[in-house]
Design a protein around this ligand. Structure first.
Ligand code: TMP
Length: 221
């Protein structure tokens, strides 16, 4: 792998989108070779899966946990094969909004056992790991309020995802899992408090990204 692989993670409303936008703008202004993507939905077929996974189905039916898990990994397999691995092989900086830690946090919080997660991970990732994961940490009680305000202000087409409706307890379990991942992977995961002002969060993220890029040989001040 020649490029640099960075993922950004966090509970709903943690400010991921804002920070991803700011970081990608900064990298573009410097003129670095950048690819920005997301999961689920980083490919044309993946966008179909995203819709199937996140939008309520007209039939009222919902995915059972195993089916949901496999669909998230199907999306990831396609994304890795078609987008992430080729971009890394070309030496690009690949910035992805959510990756495997989200599966471990969300599907783990839904009751999927670690062994199933480990097996799929081995099959699909084949040892590939992000060089850096930015974990934006915030209490879901606060972040879900942000999501609610955002949805109200954006109108019906930005209706909540099914996960937004899940109970606060679920999101607390998700946060706990993210924190456990950060604790077990201290070299990969940068835990950044997301309650702070947007500019401060941006500076903290840059404090982790800049040295990584410098070490990888990219011209960054
Ligand atoms: P997003 O718009 O923040 O990316 O929302 C995607 C939703 O999908 C979010 O609720 C988290 C959820 N998700 C999982 O449950 N498992 C996964 O593996 C991924 C990538 C996302």
């Amino acid at each position: 792998m020649l490029g640099v692989f960075i993922t950004i993670e966090g509970v709903e409303g943690s400010g991921k989108s804002t920070q991803l936008f700011r970081l990608s703008e900064r990298l573009r202004q410097i003129g670095l070779p950048l690819l920005v993507s997301k999961e689920p939905g980083g490919t044309a077929l993946g966008r179909e899966l995203r819709r199937l996974l996140l939008e309520p189905h007209a039939s009222g039916d919902a995915w059972c946990p195993d089916a949901e898990l496999l669909l998230f990994y199907a999306d990831r397999a396609q994304h890795l094969e078609r987008v992430i691995r080729p971009a890394l092989a070309e030496g690009m900086i690949v910035l992805v909004d959510r990756f495997e830690d989200s599966t471990r946090a969300y599907q783990g919080a839904s009751g999927v056992p670690e062994t199933a997660l480990d097996r799929l991970s081995e099959l699909v990732l084949k040892g590939l790991r992000p060089h850096l994961t930015i974990l934006l940490d915030v209490d879901p009680e606060l972040s879900l309020q942000r999501v609610e305000v955002r949805n109200l202000s954006m109108g019906p087409e930005f209706s909540e995802t099914r996960f937004d409706k899940a109970e606060l307890d679920f999101h607390r379990r998700v946060r706990k899992r993210f924190l456990a991942i950060a604790q077990s992977n201290p070299n990969r995961v940068a835990l950044i408090p997301a309650r702070d002002a947007v500019d401060d969060v941006e500076a903290a993220i840059w404090g982790r990204v800049a040295p990584l890029l410098r070490n990888a040989g990219f011209g960054v001040d």
